[in-house]
Design a protein around this ligand. Structure first.
Ligand SMILES: Cc1cc2nc3c(=O)[nH]c(=O)nc-3n(C[C@H](O)[C@H](O)[C@H](O)COP(=O)(O)OP(=O)(O)OC[C@H]3O[C@@H](n4cnc5c(N)ncnc54)[C@H](O)[C@@H]3O)c2cc1C
Length: 512
């Protein structure tokens, strides 16, 4: 159990950056601040079915929280909890007419704080329905992964989710959406059939292959916070009645063998196999020995999963130090993968968001991820592992986090949706975390380790993932979108010509 709970933290380690002040700087001007001061927020609040929370309100400290405590330093002028698309329209019209900047928030998991800012935070976490139709499922942008599992299980349908129970479709599906299901069923965004959203001019529209098809193209992988505020995703569900969840651990003296074997294993396996390789130092103090985990899900019979795990052992050439697998109803397997196997659904939420919620937030985090189309050579593996294991600092948590991608996600053309990385087989990242975002020396050391990782990964990679945005990524437009960026800028100009929806790396926000 301890190991599985720690995996949850590894997911939480997947990535973030930027100081809170830089978030603010990217989001609001002096003129906007003064406009916000003069605007009639009380009037907006009275028009909402949901709630408007202002500074001074006893709910404000919680309302401004995201997954990362670092961004508690950002103080929005107001947080609007929207309960209907009409609420979202009211917020957009109000902010636009009053010159107030807007950030959109569903699950609040963006590593760089793009879902908060000094203006109006439009929170759609209460849009969390799951409506099952004959061929598709409609989900609200605020439906947390753990709640989607439980809502859809009685219907025998599921949607693609990642490795964190509280991530929401609002960001996850907009940016791509990678999980243990990706090699078999594609990216989350590949399964979108339509998207309902509020545009900058206040219109509520539904984009699909037949209506607003250029916008629909951009909404599949272009990343959240760019074109409008999504109020519903229509998704083709996946047929996954059961899943074999597995978790194996390995001795640190086999680090290079396990890394090389894991890559070969994933490249040669059936698309039914989805997994992550995680090197982990809960405390990177000198002398601490890293843990190695290979964990994931197999979409097929338990006998095949066991054969696959035996194959991994053969490739490593050594036995794992532990090995666990269990064939479970899909939602139970995913709940176990989330580290929530022994928690209730209500407990498996971020603390403060419900009376029973138990999951902790992350304090501070930096990350650098890239996609790769081929396995690392032996010398690259050695350099990556040595760098990750070096420069020890007590009190720092660090991860080398790798996920298998590709499979059926690569049967789609790089230009068919905004997500371009259709030759990728792996995503690999360096991550560092601190419990408190307040120690400059510790932050500098953690940033240096991630920068070292980025320098090693970058020349070998084929691009970056907008949902793991990268703490320091000057060429983000090319890295996220490749040749699709020009088309994304066209879509942006067509639907948001005044650049109303923006954050520090939103489409069209730089000369890139
Ligand atoms: C612990 C953890 C584990 C993760 N694991 C995975 C994983 O396994 N696979 C994976 O692919 N990703 C993973 N991620 C990354 C995750 O997919 C992104 O952080 C995602 O963008 C989060 O979406 P959100 O709605 O929860 O966050 P938010 O911070 O609310 O939103 C993220 C971005 O989307 C925008 N946005 C939010 N809602 C809307 C909306 N309704 N309309 C338009 N724009 C919107 C925001 O403005 C912001 O720019 C993980 C993240 C964390 C923190």
């Amino acid at each position: 159990m301890h190991t599985r709970r720690t995996i949850l933290r590894a997911g939480a380690g997947a990535g973030l950056a930027l100081t809170a002040s830089a978030v603010a700087a990217g989001g609001v001007t002096a003129a906007q601040a003064s406009a916000a001061g003069a605007a009639d927020f009380g009037g907006l609040g009275s028009r909402l079915q949901g709630d408007l929370v202002l500074p001074g309100d006893s709910r404000y400290a919680l309302a401004k929280q995201n997954q990362f405590a670092e961004f508690d330093a950002v103080n929005p002028t107001a947080v609007a909890y929207c309960e209907t698309p009409a609420d979202v329209q009211a917020c957009v019209n109000f902010a636009r007419d009053n010159g107030i900047s807007v950030r959109t928030r569903s699950g609040g998991h963006n590593y760089r704080g793009w879902s908060t800012g000094e203006g109006l935070v439009v929170d759609v976490s209460r849009l969390r329905h799951a409506t099952v139709g004959s061929t598709t499922v409609r989900v609200g942008p605020g439906l947390q992964s753990i709640d989607a599992l439980h809502a859809l299980a009685p219907h025998g349908k599921q949607v693609i989710a990642g490795t964190c129970p509280t991530v929401c479709p609002g960001g996850f599906l907009s940016g791509g959406g990678i999980g243990y299901q990706t090699r078999k069923f594609g990216l989350g965004s590949d399964r979108l059939r339509s998207v309902q959203l509020v545009l900058a001019d206040g219109r509520l529209v539904r984009a699909s292959a037949n209506q607003y098809s250029d916008l629909f193209w951009g909404l599949r992988g272009g990343g959240g916070g760019n074109f409008g505020i999504v109020t519903e995703f229509e998704v083709a569900p996946i047929a996954a009645p059961t899943m074999v969840f597995f978790n194996t651990t390995w001795s640190w003296d086999k680090a290079e063998e396990v890394f090389a074997a894991w890559q070969t294993w994933q490249l040669t396996s059936s698309v039914n196999l989805g997994s992550a390789l995680i090197f982990m130092l809960p405390d990177a103090a000198p002398g601490a020995v890293p843990e190695i985990i290979v964990t994931g899900g197999y979409h097929g019979p338990e006998s095949e999963a066991i054969a696959a795990l035996n194959q991994l052992t053969a490739l490593v050439g050594a036995q794992p130090t532990s090995r666990f697998h269990s064939d479970l109803p899909y939602h139970e397997a995913m709940k176990t993968a989330y580290g929530c196997g022994d928690l209730t659904q209500d407990q498996c939420h971020r603390e403060g968001t419900g009376p029973d919620a138990l999951l902790h937030r992350t304090g501070w985090l930096r990350e650098a991820y890239r996609f790769f189309d081929r396995p690392f050579s032996a010398s690259d593996l050695n350099r990556i592992i040595s760098a990750w294991d070096g420069d020890r600092v007590a009190g720092q948590r660090r991860f080398l986090h790798c996920m298998a991608v590709g499979g059926n996600a690569n049967r789609i053309s790089p230009t068919a949706t905004a997500f371009p990385h259709r030759t990728a087989n792996f995503i690999v990242g360096f991550t560092t975390q601190l419990d408190q975002p307040t120690a400059p020396d510790a932050e500098a050391a953690a940033e240096a380790l991630v920068a070292k990782g980025a320098a090693l990964l970058d020349p070998l990679g084929i691009g970056a993932y907008v949902n793991f945005p990268g703490s320091d990524l000057p060429d983000w437009a090319t890295q996220y979108y490749g040749d699709n960026y020009l088309r994304l800028k066209d879509v942006k100009r067509r639907y948001d010509p005044a650049n109303f929806f923006r954050h520090p790396r939103s489409i069209g926000s730089t000369s890139q």
